[in-house]
Design a protein around this ligand. Structure first.
Ligand SMILES: [Zn+2]
Length: 190
């Protein structure tokens, strides 16, 4: 297994067009050390929260391993989720269209991304314990979105038409808020 060393705050999200986002990721090695895993997860959460993301897959930060994190805040206050080497056990035949954006495709979103209403996944959590998860609605959507990243698939690939892609005003709002926060922090205190 290759060594992975990461410095705090060093991860940034890759954006299209980047080849890493189009690769099929490899399983996380069985002999991964808890330290390496903890460091990677800490960095991924920091990276995701910094840009107000709700989910992040390892290939989005250039690590071609099959793992993703998700924090949908549903129900409110529920802990974030880590899924390592996930396998899809079952997917509902009912397909629903819904809203998705992606940290790797800034400035865009779609309300017409088709996903299964329910999904059942197995994998490992952050303690490398075997877990089986069942979800529906928004969380099922988030899981399918992140799982797709592990196979190099992006939500835009699932759209039936480019017309279903919209510009995302939140992005500009976030940027404006960041500037306001910085100005407020830098302003002289009276
Ligand atoms: Zn994404």
């Amino acid at each position: 297994m290759g060594r992975l060393s990461i410095l705090t705050g060093s991860l940034t999200t890759l954006q299209i067009p980047t080849l890493a986002l189009r690769q099929k990721s490899q399983p996380v090695p069985q002999d991964i050390t808890p330290d390496v895993l903890r460091t990677l997860l800490t960095e991924m959460f920091a990276c995701m929260y910094q840009v107000n993301g709700r989910g992040l897959a390892a290939p989005q930060v250039g690590v071609l391993w099959r793992l993703f994190i998700l924090d949908m805040q549903q129900p409110l206050g529920s802990p974030p989720l880590v899924l390592i080497n996930p396998e899809i056990l079952d997917m509902d035949d009912t397909i629903e269209q819904g809203r998705e954006g992606c940290l790797s495709i800034p400035g865009y979103l779609s309300h017409k991304v088709p996903r299964s209403r329910k999904i059942k996944l197995a994998g490992y959590d952050q303690h490398l314990e075997r877990v089986t998860l069942e979800a529906e609605g928004e969380i099922a959507r988030g899981m399918q979105h992140e799982y797709d990243h592990l196979d190099g698939i992006l939500y835009i690939d699932r759209l039936s038409s480019w017309d279903d892609l919209e510009s995302n005003p939140d992005l500009w709002l976030n940027k404006a808020n960041q500037v306001m926060d910085r100005l407020a922090a830098e302003a002289p205190k009276v």
